[in-house]
Design a protein around this ligand. Structure first.
Ligand code: THU
Length: 129
């Protein structure tokens, strides 16, 4: 079980998704180890490659508010099957120590450990602490 509030909040975020090109609405939550919740949606652009995924927007929102660690990502979309994070977002999740990815699809809640989704992320040996 996950908090009902997370399910409601991530579904509510779909209304803010900016996806006029693909029509794929995505909403994400980045949740810190002490339980703070930051929201994100996908933001598309006429120059399609500039699109940013909901997961990265949520993480960047958290970091912009002073967070350095994200424990959990919660994700949903308007697709007719559960949405999985893209590789770029997984790499960004790794940077901030994400441990679990929770996909909400209708009444279903699918939980994955981060390691299961991305067992071999790139990591930079120069990064300190
Ligand atoms: N998208 C996300 O927001 N997150 C993902 O993990 C995969 C894809 C968005 C980007 C684009 O706006 C739309 O879904 C279709 O690719």
């Amino acid at each position: 079980m996950i908090p009902r509030e997370w399910v409601e909040l991530v579904k509510d975020g779909l209304k803010n998704s900016y996806a006029p090109y693909s029509g794929v609405k995505v909403s994400a939550l980045a949740i810190t180890p002490d339980g703070k919740v930051y929201r994100g949606v996908n933001v598309e652009n006429a120059s399609l490659g500039l699109t940013v995924c909901a997961e990265r927007v949520a993480i960047f929102n958290a970091v912009s508010n002073g967070e350095k660690r994200i424990k959990t990502i919660v994700l949903t979309s308007n697709l007719d099957k559960p949405i999985y994070p893209c590789g770029a977002c997984l790499q960004v999740m790794n940077e901030f120590g994400v441990e679990e990815v929770i996909i909400v699809h209708g009444d279903r809640v699918i939980r994955h450990s981060f390691n299961e989704l991305f067992p071999r992320p790139f990591s930079d040996w120069r990064k300190q602490g």
